[in-house]
Design a protein around this ligand. Structure first.
Ligand code: NAD
Length: 486
């Protein structure tokens, strides 16, 4: 079954103070399965600003008891949440595929990633607390006391609808904060599902609250409220900038994980097969709708022809279809707006004179399908080189030297992820030192990450402390410097 039949359409509610609630005005919005145009897989609350304020009130009032809850107890709730998440892997993966379009295998991988990251934070949080030491004078003791910041606003995108929210929410809760969560408008179901797991894990009422609705109408309410002490946002650079400006009115702490235009640099000594596999993996997984997707392919002139022949042949063999099928290589893009934006970017690249060597004019009447697309002959002033398309579209350029390759990669307002394929240690070291990106991979695709490593971008790809690693916990605490003379 790839779409819920009309008569079975369920209405999902907000979750505030431990209760499922309708929005005040009773309005709802539909959720479309992108593999089936015109489908509706559920109705979700179009929350009003008052609904959001009520959720913030609750999170604010719950903060005091929650911050006093012993760490070991908070860990038990999160451990139970993770146990339920593991148990629900298949069901949740299906929800992600139905509303986002990615393949069922990709959705399972997303759940697995959330489990690995969540377990990391659960274990790390004990080690995170507790610095104590002698001060400069013998009778003075000092320590840094980590205190939760208060109410945290979690605003997440649709491309990893459960993993991004859990990467933010679990460390926020473990460190004693309460949460108001707004999932992306395209993918509210995954957010509701995760909320149900918190409810089943027995999390006290009011600690975690969910409100669904349009980002532009209710996101602002979260950002503007001075009781929300920190915002952790993942989404576009455009919206991230707006949030930064609005939040600055209250000096709200910001963690912004934003867009990218990630480059893979393939040197003349690279293993071509590995480099092509990495390009296909990071270029087309999740329909290229991955903040760390490869979108620019920079080839050393001497291997460009061989690489491109192999890449185009791989693209042509890929199957694109309903992601719920176990055998499909790539699902649809996430919805009509995405489809329009990507199609427009493809038309623009053609109009600018780039050559489409893989792909086809988008236009399948059944769903929002776009084939893996590759453009050669790309110049650095073309939109296809410059703009984040957030779809299965690769822009290929050639270079003649290592320095030129790195310079091309850095020719972007973004700086999220990157990769170099080479057998030379010296090339790798120069790339690592010279690349302007938060993630640098050598002989590994641009999407690879581990929970113990900071995850965040430089330049216009992000601001504030990165997610994951120690910083992923540190973002959610105030650091009080304590001095005691005894
Ligand atoms: P988006 O910026 O349109 O929306 C992100 C979230 O912000 C959604 O929940 C949306 O409803 C909400 N929102 C929209 N306007 C708002 C406003 N004015 N105030 C507050 N909230 C508002 O992004 P998207 O289309 O959902 O996701 C795609 C983007 O996310 C891409 O640019 C991608 O690169 C980026 N992304 C980045 C990372 C990362 O870790 N750096 C990870 C995933 C996605």
């Amino acid at each position: 079954m790839s779409v819920v039949e009309k008569e079975k359409i369920e209405t999902f509610q907000n979750f505030v103070n431990g209760k499922w609630k309708r929005s005040r005005n009773g309005a709802t919005f539909e959720n479309e399965n992108p593999a089936v145009r015109g489908s509706n897989i559920g109705l979700f609350q179009s929350s009003t600003p008052e609904d959001v304020r009520e959720a913030i009130d609750v999170a604010h009032n719950t903060f005091r008891p929650w911050r006093r809850t012993p760490l070991a107890e908070r860990q038990q709730y999160i451990a139970e949440f993770l146990r339920l998440l593991k148990e629900s892997r298949e069901e949740l993966a299906r929800v992600v595929t139905l509303e986002n379009g990615k393949t069922i295998k990709e959705s399972r991988a997303e759940v697995d990633s959330a489990l690995v990251e969540g377990t990391y934070h659960l274990n790390q949080v004990s080690a995170f607390y507790g610095h104590i030491g002698p001060g400069s004078f013998r009778d003075i003791s000092t320590w840094v006391q980590y205190e939760p910041v208060g109410v945290v606003g979690v605003i997440s995108p649709w491309n990893f609808p459960m993993n991004v929210m859990s990467r933010k929410t679990l460390p926020a809760l473990l460190t004693g904060n309460t949460v108001v969560f707004k999932p992306a408008t395209f993918t509210p179901w995954s957010g509701v599902f995760m909320t149900q797991l918190f409810e089943r894990a027995g999390l006290p009422a009011g600690v975690f609250n969910l409100v669904t609705g349009l980002g532009s109408s209710i996101g602002n309410v979260i950002v503007d409220d001075p009781r929300v002490r920190a915002i952790t946002f993942t989404g576009s650079t455009e919206v991230g900038k707006k949030i930064q400006v609005r939040g600055s009115a209250n000096l709200t702490r910001m963690q912004l994980e934003l867009g990218g235009k990630n480059a893979i640099i393939v040197m003349d000594d690279a293993d071509i097969n590995d480099a092509v596999t990495a390009t296909v993996t990071a270029g087309f997984s999740n329909g290229g709708q991955w903040c760390t997707s490869t979108s620019r392919v920079l080839l050393h002139r001497d291997i460009a022809k061989t690489f491109l022949e192999a890449l185009v042949s791989r693209c042509e063999k890929m199957t694109v279809g309903d992601g719920i099928s176990e055998t499909v290589d790539m699902g649809p893009v996430a919805g009509p707006q995405q489809f329009e934006d990507i199609s427009k970017a493809i038309r623009q690249a053609q109009a600018d004179g780039a050559q489409m060597v893989a792909g086809a004019a988008p236009g399948d009447p059944k769903g929002y399908f776009i084939r893996p697309t590759v453009f050669t002959g790309v110049k650095t002033d073309m939109a296809v080189f410059r703009d984040e398309i957030f779809g299965p579209v690769l822009a290929v350029c050639e270079f003649g030297s290592l320095e030129e390759g790195i310079e091309l990669a850095n020719k972007s307002i973004y700086g999220l992820s990157s990769a170099m394929f080479t057998k030379s240690l010296s090339n790798a070291k120069k790339y690592i030192d010279g690349i302007e990106a938060g993630l640098a991979h050598v002989n590994i695709h641009t999407g690879y990450k581990e929970p113990s490593m900071p995850f965040g971008g430089v330049k216009q790809s992000g601001a504030g402390l990165p997610e994951n690693a120690r910083t992923g916990l540190e973002f959610f605490v105030d650091q009080k410097a304590v001095y005691i003379r005894s």
